[in-house]
Design a protein around this ligand. Sequence first.
Ligand code: ATP
Ligand code: MG
Length: 830
Amino acid sequence: MSVVGIDFGNLNTVVAVARNRGIDVIVNEVSNRATPSLVSFGEKQRYLGESAKTQEISNFKNTVAGLKRLAGRPFSDPDIQIEKKFINANLVEGERGEVAASVFYQGDQRSFTFTQLCAMFLGKVKEFTGKEIKTPVTDVVISCPGWFTDRQRRAILDAADVVGLTVLRLMNDSTAAALGYGITKLDLPDPSDANAKPRNVVFFDLGHSSCQVAVVSFVKGKLVVKGTAYDRNLGGRDFDEVLVEHYAKEFSTKYKIDINSNAKAKFRLRQAAEKVKKILSANAVTMLNVECIMDDKDVSAQVQRSDFEEWAAPLVERLSVPIKEALAAAGITPEEVEFVELVGGSTRIPAVKQTLSDLFGANKLSTTLNQDEAVARGCALQCAMISPVFKVRDFAVQDWNSYPIELAWSSPEKGDTTMEAFPIGNAIPSNKVLSIYRALNDDELSAQGGSVAVDIEANYGEKRAERHFPEGTGRWIGKWTVKGIKKVGTPESQTNGASAPKASIKVKTKLDGNGLVAVDSATQIEETVVPVEPTKLEAEKKEEGAASMDVDNSAESPAAESPAADAPKTKRVTIKHNLTVVAQTTAAPAEILNKWKDEEGQMSAADRLVIDTAEARNALEEYVYDTRSKLEMAWSEYTTEDDRSTFMKKLNDMEEWLYSDEGENAGKGVYLEKLKELKKLGDPIRRRFLEHEERPRTEKHLRDYINSVLVNVSAGDDRYAHIPKEDLDKVAKEAQTKLNWLNDSIAKINEQPKHQDPAITVDQINKERESLHIFATPILNKPKPAPKVEKKEEKKEAKKGEAKEDKMETDEKEGSDEGAKDEGNRMDVD
Ligand SMILES: Nc1ncnc2c1ncn2[C@@H]1O[C@H](COP(=O)(O)OP(=O)(O)OP(=O)(O)O)[C@@H](O)[C@H]1O
Ligand SMILES: [Mg+2]
């Protein structure tokens, strides 16, 4: 079982695994610790991760970025306009109104939703991780930005499902980093110490596309997220864009080129700008160069860090907004913050660090975490904590709800009811039980076949506006229909005075560890009054606990309230009837998921076929080159001149064919068939060569064995003294026969030309050795007869000094067995 954490970044994805009693970040197929989050489409195959990166310019329109940010977004989402700038592929509206990328793949223009694109990429992550840890990957923890809504989270879960990944937890980026921090710190305040104050740490993550801030308080064994805030559209890419915009303008006058009119040129400028930005993090000045950017023109410019900082000042100013909001949400002042942990590649920008120093004080900035790998490591730790296969110290994680969640339902009597079930800042995970009283109307019941339903709808509440909610993803979370509500028990028990009978329903809702709203179950409560014998009632009153759940003997009971002296005693009994809950969420419906799974299966089979075909072609090509050089050198004596030149011609023809149009584009089967044809000619030559190479060793092996047998049986060896002479003679005779056969055979072979198949093969020589072994061993391994028992006593008395020898002879069982074993072994090893 795998224990894997995935930081699914917008630019890069980092994978960590629990192994060797620790957490390791693993490398991908080209030994990089971060994999580009990209998917590219070609004529025959897809390119995923690293291989997509190499296609970014050459296969410009068919290479898709921004995978996780667009998953779960409707095409109408205004944020799509922002993302469009950073995505080279065309964006279109998918089947269910979601955004999709339109790409040219396998000869067709096709569109894939971003959930599918995420699935493709996660499939690649699954593959290289599985190869690296040599275990199939199934269980994972994936991170997502804390500002993701229910809909976006479900899209990531759907994507994982498409490629057979079970997501044990979808973890907020900053919370994952915080877990990695907390579990490694051994000096956290002890909650049992009344004077100890929790340690407040701010996690500041500035990645490629977004800025995330979380204020987290730590005590030993527990972290509580106290407040979060985000600027979901502020990241390293925006800093790149500042340079792009500046230099696009400068180059239009300097070089008379309009970079904004050429998407590829703009993309290449963006790549150069990123490089420049990174260099400026450690240097005051650098050069921006792009060769042949457009119209055959090279561009270059000297860039000063001070200028870059001036142009980027509006972005830097924005950084303090989420920091202040997160602190306010947590009710913590900057002074109360002990450390600010930097996460994400863009926290390397000096101006970003300066902003944090200004707000908190330079001494509080800390990089105890690896800023590029902290999130992945936290995810792997969480996975290890959930997974039963790995033992990790427990560390409780309490997350913080970012957007207010309302639950609404309607009843014929009261109309619509709405309550804020999970307000901003509510702990995650968290459970709430809703009590709903549903009027039961006979006409309605009979019209609906005896039972009615209640719909509970979840929506993000009004206050979401304060939290920069991504409105484009919609406020609707889901609807749960609670079915099977009917009249239960006696009519009296459901009548409250004059009003109609009401069903009392308890609905268990939760905000789960993934930050998703769920309705777990619902029950209808039937309270009924039953008579009870006085003695039994008394006994039950005394019994605490067990009765308190289901039996209510409270004063509210009319029977208990004014007990007439002679009135029969009664008690209230609660019966729970389970109700059916049918969920409807933004997750992809089963039929869509199945369709995506089918498509994914076909596409990965096509990718596999391309790889296999390339391997088959390579194998054929390699055989041609390899065999040609062997025919000239090592194999030359093992074929006749005629055969050699015929074979050479075939190899040369094959080489020519391989580089013809047909040979470049043939199917896997054709390459395999052609290789088989060549091998038909090559294999006998190869076999003769190998026979010749191998024969001396095999011959020596048999010769040595024969000699050891002959020497042993004829030397009057003490070990064989108990074996009848005629048996030993038989062995000697057999050995001699083998020797004669070997001498004859070798002589025959030596007379043959090397291009002929040898009269005797290495295989036959080995068989002769085996047959001698089978013949000789049972005779020579015959156990020595057991010595007589009286002898034991006598000898012990007589020869005290020769204890070793005594033991051999007197220890009946061991002695004889070991002796036999010894001889057997000796005969086996020659
Ligand atoms: N030395 C550096 N100086 C400035 N920026 C850097 C440096 N190194 C990396 N970056 C920037 O960091 C960003 C990538 O950071 P990271 O890998 O944390 O992002 P991500 O996790 O892929 O994105 P996100 O968290 O937004 O989804 C890029 O914009 C990159 O240019
Ligand atoms: Mg990130």
